[in-house]
Design a protein around this ligand. Structure first.
Ligand code: UDP
Ligand code: MG
Length: 142
């Protein structure tokens, strides 16, 4: 398995409900390392750009409003097969369809307010990491 990096976000609902630590515990418990982290509130235009791939979908406007509604915590996770493993730890987009034990099944309120974002491919991970972090902000492995 290759060592990969992936972009993860604790979304505004997760920050609001004090779930940052619980989410980090799950990443670290699964052996993923947090190699960069940052809290910020996205502007409307930043949220529009981040979710550009979904522009035109019926949920896009609400998604942009929700993602810019409060602070988020963005982190880069590193580990073997990190992209797919993070997606497994997150669970399905719709918490009702997510496997018990995943972040979304256990913590999410709705298909929109679903606690976490995670990159879905190596190409997306490169783009999304660069969206939040410069190369010098990514820490080398301990
Ligand atoms: N989303 C939504 N309604 C939908 C599908 C997605 O509100 O029917 C939101 C949800 O917050 C989701 C995000 O849009 O996490 C991005 O959707 P995507 O299909 O990329 O899901 P993800 O990769 O986050 O599982
Ligand atoms: Mg996605």
């Amino acid at each position: 398995m290759p060592v990969e990096r992936t972009l993860s976000i604790v979304k505004p609902d997760g920050v609001r409900r004090n779930q940052i630590g619980e989410v980090y515990r799950r990443f670290e418990g699964a052996g993923l390392r947090i190699v960069a982290a940052r809290m910020l509130q996205l502007t409307t235009s930043q949220a529009e750009l981040f979710y550009e791939v979904h522009r035109g979908r019926p949920f896009y406007g609400d998604l942009v409003r929700y993602m810019s509604s409060g602070p988020v915590v963005a982190q880069v996770l590193e580990g073997e097969d990190a992209i797919a493993r993070n997606r497994q730890i997150m669970g399905a987009t719709d918490p009702k369809k997510a496997v018990p034990g995943t972040i979304r099944a256990d913590l999410a309120e709705s298909i929109e307010a679903n606690v976490v974002h995670g990159s879905d491919s190596p190409e997306t991970a490169v783009r999304e990491i660069a969206f939040f972090f410069s190369t010098t902000e990514l820490c080398p492995r301990a």
